[in-house]
Design a protein around this ligand. Structure first.
Ligand code: NI
Length: 250
């Protein structure tokens, strides 16, 4: 169920039975020669909607643009400043909390968003405390990264081994191929497995110097829509369980 496709009375009825909501968070940034610019937003959205189906949970509008400063030397990349992303996430939480939502499960697809998401949670908790004091609702926010649960990592390794990589990975490209099989890209990759270590870059120029075609340690030519479907099913199954646990936390 998507918030944007629900009516106001439907949301009121939902809030009678649940205070939880799923929030997909992606990015709009280069994903090498084969991955589409919206890879992270597509991955976060498709996984969040899958969890929403299993858990009968509402899915908030996707945050499509994330913190991608380090990708800005590549055409098509967009970024929110960390302070902008913090403000966006803070406003998502406060506006939904005003209606009674209390459990925010952020389904994230881009590591660069994590510090801003955490900062936004404390901005929101602080604002609720300062404006509402003892009357503040018990808002809780959690981040899950869709490809990081152990069960998903095991499948990634089985499917792609060390050629999965850490950016423009075979895993994320496969999931976009499953989500949109009419838009599968082909490209000559030289070398097939890009060199590089995750986290070894500073600004966007340094990133491009170290990672010339945008990939980090990945061979996305290994991606298939069938692999994407298996990754989707594994992630949704595991994260639906984690969402249920989150709602049940004391
Ligand atoms: Ni990505």
């Amino acid at each position: 169920m998507q918030l944007q496709q629900s009516t106001c009375p439907e949301v009121e009825a939902y809030l009678e039975r649940s205070r939880g909501i799923l929030v997909p968070v992606g990015s709009t940034e280069q994903h090498g020669p084969m991955g589409v610019i919206g890879t992270d937003a597509i991955c976060a959205e498709v996984v969040a909607r899958g969890i929403g189906e299993i858990a009968a949970a509402l899915v908030a509008p996707t945050i499509h643009v994330g913190m991608s400063e380090h990708h800005m030397q590549f055409a098509g990349s967009m970024t929110l400043r960390p302070s902008t992303l913090i403000a966006v996430v803070h406003d998502y939480i406060l506006s939904l909390a005003a209606h009674g939502f209390e459990r925010f499960f952020f389904v994230n697809a881009h590591a660069g968003n994590i510090p801003s998401l955490r900062a936004a949670f404390y901005e929101a908790y602080g604002e609720l405390r300062m404006t509402r004091g003892a009357e503040a609702p018990p808002v809780r926010c959690k981040i899950v990264n869709w490809s990081e649960p152990d069960a998903v990592k095991e499948l990634r390794s089985e499917l792609f081994g060390s050629a999965d990589g850490s950016h423009a990975s075979a895993t994320e490209v496969a999931l976009t191929q499953f989500a949109d099989p009419a838009n599968i890209k082909d490209a000559a990759l030289d070398p097939p497995v890009a060199p590089g270590e995750p986290g070894r870059f500073y600004d966007s120029r340094d990133f491009r110097t170290r990672h010339a075609d945008g990939r980090i340690a990945s061979n996305p030519a290994l991606a298939t829509p069938e692999a994407g479907q298996r990754l989707f099913e594994r992630a949704v199954d595991e994260l639906a369980r984690q969402y249920a646990d989150f709602l049940a936390e004391a």
